[in-house]
Design a protein around this ligand. Structure first.
Ligand SMILES: *Cc1c(COP(=O)(O)O)cnc(C)c1O
Length: 392
């Protein structure tokens, strides 16, 4: 076989559900020469990363660290550490990622109760209260930002409710962290997992986790060992704490990346970052609506960082996405699960939540819709976004 050519991918603008474009400062940080994973300088960076992660998660939880794997491993780590075979869990399912939580909880041997709402909608606290009253589970899990539907689940009062029933609240913040508020302590979240490639503007590869003192107590009281050796937090934590007990080799370059990504979040400020995501979402939404596209998530519950819109009748999903990619270098997402072939998902996450991205995707999408035979007033999307910015 001839040696494949040197790496030279086409330029892309990643406006799908993740990965999103990596901030240039993170790319630079990743080109830094390696340190040994137990080098005192690297250990100091691990500490700094944990400290910054606590600030970004608005928590004082001491067990806060990024595990060396993607968001799905974070989901699995939370489930297998909190649940022992036979433990009861209620999983709130409002989309594709909720169904994955059900699957993983089941594999962990938990007695799983599934609570469903139609895709694109969100849960009402009373509905959850009813189920908690009946089931009295050890854990309730929910997805904060359901990436498959673009729906934004309100969770700020949920911890208080769960704690009335002695239930631990587990939250998927994979698509929310770095984009919209996630306040662990104030909201009473007991366990959370996220990722690096969506709102934090880093490549995929780490999953930030945090456990409340209650969750840690539950893990310490386990009668059985966590069935996953690699994801066993009772071991992983000793690599990150003062013991520095060798568990696995930290992916040094990814720690450089998240450290820079977190520095960027804190430099900008959490409030300013959340406001930025809202501002660009409003402009994009005005533009998409002006082109006749409707959101698939209920009004009032639409995520700023993940804009899921219904594909107009008669328009072929793949034809449009292929043209966007091949002619304009823009990647957006198609639908998942129940929404396959029915929605497009446009991400404005982290570094990509900016006006340039909004205008590029609106202008390019207009061309693609027109060649797909859609009636679009030329320039309407871009003009509406411009108006939204002027009014902001
Ligand atoms: C992307 C995503 C995941 C999975 O994360 P990976 O990094 O792809 O493993 C889990 N939950 C939600 C809500 C997501 O959007």
């Amino acid at each position: 076989m001839p040696i494949p050519g040197q790496l030279n991918p086409s330029p892309r603008l990643l406006l799908g559900p993740g990965p999103s474009d990596v901030h240039p400062r993170v790319l630079t940080a990743m080109a830094t020469p390696l340190l040994g994973h137990l080098d005192p300088q690297f250990l100091a960076m691990m500490n700094e990363t944990q400290e910054m992660l606590r600030e970004v998660l608005v928590t004082r939880n001491s067990l806060t660290l990024p595990i060396s794997a993607t968001g799905m491993a974070g989901m699995e780590a939370c489930m297998v550490n909190l649940l022992e075979p036979g433990d009861k869990i209620v999983v709130c399912v409002a989309g594709f990622f909720g169904t994955r939580q059900v699957e993983i909880a089941g594999r962990a041997g938990a007695a799983t109760t599934r609570l469903d709402v139609p895709w694109g909608t969100v849960f009402d606290l009373n509905q959850i209260r009813e189920t908690l009253t009946k089931v009295r589970p050890k854990v309730l899990s929910i997805v904060h930002a359901e990436t498959s539907t673009g729906a934004w689940q309100p969770i700020d009062q949920l911890g208080k409710l769960c704690h009335e029933f002695d239930t631990l609240l587990l939250v998927d913040a994979v698509t929310s962290l770095g984009c919209v508020p996630v306040k662990l302590d104030e909201w009473g979240i007991d366990a959370v997992y996220s990722c690096t490639q969506k709102g934090l503007g880093c490549p995929p590869g780490l999953s930030p986790l945090s456990f409340s003192p209650h969750a840690v107590e539950a893990i310490n009281k386990r009668k059985t060992k966590v069935q996953s050796w690699y994801l066993d937090m009772t071991m992983v934590q000793h690599y990150w704490d003062a013991d520095r007990f060798y568990h696995h080799t930290a992916p040094i370059t990814m720690i450089y990346a998240i450290r820079e990504g977190l520095r960027l979040v804190l430099e900008e400020g959490l409030e300013a970052r959340w406001a930025r995501h809202l501002k660009h979402h409003r402009a994009l939404k005005a533009g998409l609506n002006a082109m006749g596209l409707e959101y698939s998530a209920a009004e009032g519950h639409q995520l700023p960082q993940l804009n899921a819109v219904k594909i107009p009748a008669g328009v072929d999903d793949l034809t449009v996405r292929k043209k966007l990619l091949n002619d304009f270098g823009i990647e957006i997402g198609g639908g998942l699960g129940d929404f396959k072939g029915q929605v497009w998902r446009i991400g404005l996450m982290g570094h990509n939540s900016r006006a340039g991205c909004v205008f590029q995707v609106l202008a390019a999408l207009e061309q693609c819709l027109m060649s797909a035979g859609c009636k679009v007033t030329p320039g309407a999307g871009v003009a509406a976004a411009n108006q939204a910015y002027a009014a902001a």
